[in-house]
Design a protein around this ligand. Structure first.
Ligand code: DON
Length: 306
């Protein structure tokens, strides 16, 4: 496995076209695209890494996997009254389906869906209380107490978050929101701004590769059925309108973020964190996807067969 990740890292650094960093969040627009990291956490507890695997990056939409997990833990299947489980086929920040579907987002991973999940987990609490809970949860599942929010990124998102504010106010016009819209947005922007490295990310996703139990700590995070369902949503919705292409090329449940990270899950085998800040036209890491495609090919881990 060390040889495989070393080969992949070398191949990625030699590629000319590394994609474009996210420009709409000024703090992310400053990041050097010539960076690549890969960390593979096996379900037997071994961890392999290559590239700049200790470098922190903004996990952005990958956080939506963890807020969904928290929401399911707090509220169970009742969350499905507020958010659907179908791929949207539209960009992550699209507003078009919301009018036809009366403010109920298609799935928990598009921005509208994740903002709804933020509203659900707040339950009348202040953003800082909920954020403390989210961070505590991240530290618990990754077994790493150093995980924190990058306040500069959160501020940058807030200042340029007109589209997300539009989504949130539009949804609230249907009368669904339980908490003040500005507070829900504050929670959402801050959980998107959690900083992690690829190894922390791989460790945080291990419970999804191991029937809900983190094999390193022995902690049960969710039931096996819930882990399976979260993986299904990642496969069908984790890359927005690029989810079909990701399934075709990689064949693993995955969740991307505009910071350039991707968490991928090879059920029964491994949790993988990759990072490279350059994105493709849809907003998913260009080299991250390529690296996962190579990894799935070399290991035979695609859920669709060897
Ligand atoms: O709300 C936003 O636009 C960002 N905080 C998250 C978007 C994102 O990561 C989409 N992923 N590829």
């Amino acid at each position: 496995m060390q040889q495989i990740v070393d080969e992949i890292a070398e191949e990625m650094m030699n590629l000319e076209d590394k994609g474009e960093v996210a420009h709409y969040i000024p703090q992310l627009a400053k990041i050097d695209p010539n960076q690549f990291a890969i960390s593979v956490a096996l379900t037997n507890g071994e961890i392999y890494q290559a590239g700049c695997a200790a470098k922190l990056f903004s996990i952005q939409s990958i956080s939506k996997v963890f807020t969904l997990t928290l929401a399911l833990g707090k509220l169970g299947d009742s969350i499905w009254h507020r958010v659907g489980r179908e791929p949207s086929g539209d960009p992550f920040n699209s507003i078009v389906q919301l009018e036809h579907e009366q403010g109920k987002p298609r799935n928990p991973f598009i921005n509208a869906g994740a903002i709804t999940i933020a509203d659900l987990i707040m339950q009348g609490h202040q953003p800082k209380e909920v954020l403390a809970e989210i961070i505590q949860f991240m530290r618990y599942i990754a077994d790493d107490d150093s995980i924190a929010i990058d306040e500069k990124v959160a501020k940058s998102e807030l200042e340029t978050g007109a589209r997300n504010a539009s989504l949130a106010y539009f949804m609230s016009s249907f009368g669904h929101f339980e908490n003040p819209v500005e507070e829900v947005l504050g929670t959402y922007f801050h959980h998107c701004s959690i900083a992690m490295n690829s190894t922390q990310l791989a460790k945080a996703g291990l419970f999804l590769a191991n029937n809900g139990v983190n094999p390193i700590t022995g902690y049960t995070v969710v039931s096996a059925q819930r882990a399976k369902r979260i993986n299904a949503l990642m496969l069908t919705c984790g890359h927005y309108d690029g989810s079909g292409e990701f399934a075709f090329r990689v064949g693993l449940p995955g969740k991307s973020g505009v910071g350039g990270g991707i968490l991928a899950v090879a059920p029964g085998n491994a949790s993988i964190g990759v990072w490279s800040p350059g994105l493709d036209a849809i907003g998913n890491s260009k080299l991250g996807t390529k690296a996962l495609e190579l990894l799935a090919y070399k290991t035979g881990w695609s859920v669709f067969g060897k």
